[in-house]
Design a protein around this ligand. Structure first.
Ligand SMILES: Cc1cc2nc3c(=O)[nH]c(=O)nc-3n(C[C@H](O)[C@H](O)[C@H](O)COP(=O)(O)O)c2cc1C
Length: 179
């Protein structure tokens, strides 16, 4: 049994990213503890780049916002799954803000050893996910994290379009395989 956290990066509630993340959770909860952290439910400011957390502030961010709740949850996770809509070939700004706040050395207390990726975009281009995957793999390698797999869904623009694809089943299967 692993403890899994899914970071959901869409500001659109009940949209395609939410649907995929929930399907992943349905599969993953068969053998694991799973929790979703959705960026819309948390007030998380972008990193100020002051580096105080790395120096005089002893891992404490100068910004007191909901990121403190996220740090506490991440301390108890073994597997982290990043779920995001494609925004201009990147992840959403809201999710990027949350990830940038992991510049804080508090991350050294985390026990996360595996990473997964769920992405959805409106276009059907072959290269739709390339830039995000490069970043995902670089970060994964930098922190020595194992890849649990990816679900990459093209051609889903309006809420619920993802149901017309194989993505919902693939997300469930990705979760179900985890122990
Ligand atoms: C600001 C913004 C930028 C977007 N950029 C892209 C893009 O570069 N490529 C693409 O295929 N879709 C793009 N989309 C479409 C979304 O990725 C797509 O509608 C997705 O299904 C939204 O997921 P959600 O329902 O979880 O919010 C963009 C949407 C928004 C709002």
């Amino acid at each position: 049994m692993s403890r899994i956290i899914v970071l959901v990066g869409s500001p659109r509630k009940n949209g395609n990213t939410d649907i995929l993340a929930k399907s992943f959770v349905e599969g993953a909860k068969i053998h694991n503890e799973v929790e979703i952290i959705s960026v819309v439910d948390y007030k998380i400011n972008p990193c100020k780049g002051c580096n105080a957390c790395r120096k005089e502030n002893n891992n404490i961010c100068v910004q007191s916002d909901d990121m403190n709740l996220v740090y506490d949850k991440l301390k108890n996770a073994d597997i982290l799954v990043i779920a995001s809509p494609v925004y201009f070939y990147g992840i959403s700004a809201q999710l990027k803000s949350l990830i940038d706040r992991l510049h804080n050395p508090i991350r050294n207390d985390f026990a996360i050893s595996k990473l997964g990726l769920i992405l959805v975009g409106a276009d059907v281009l072959d290269e739709l996910f390339d830039s995000i995957i490069v970043q995902y793999d670089l970060i994964r390698k930098y922190f020595g994290l194992e890849d649990i797999g990816r679900v990459l869904v093209r051609g889903a623009e309006a809420k619920g379009d993802v149901y017309k694809t194989d993505g919902v089943r693939e997300a469930f299967e990705l979760g179900r395989r985890l122990k």
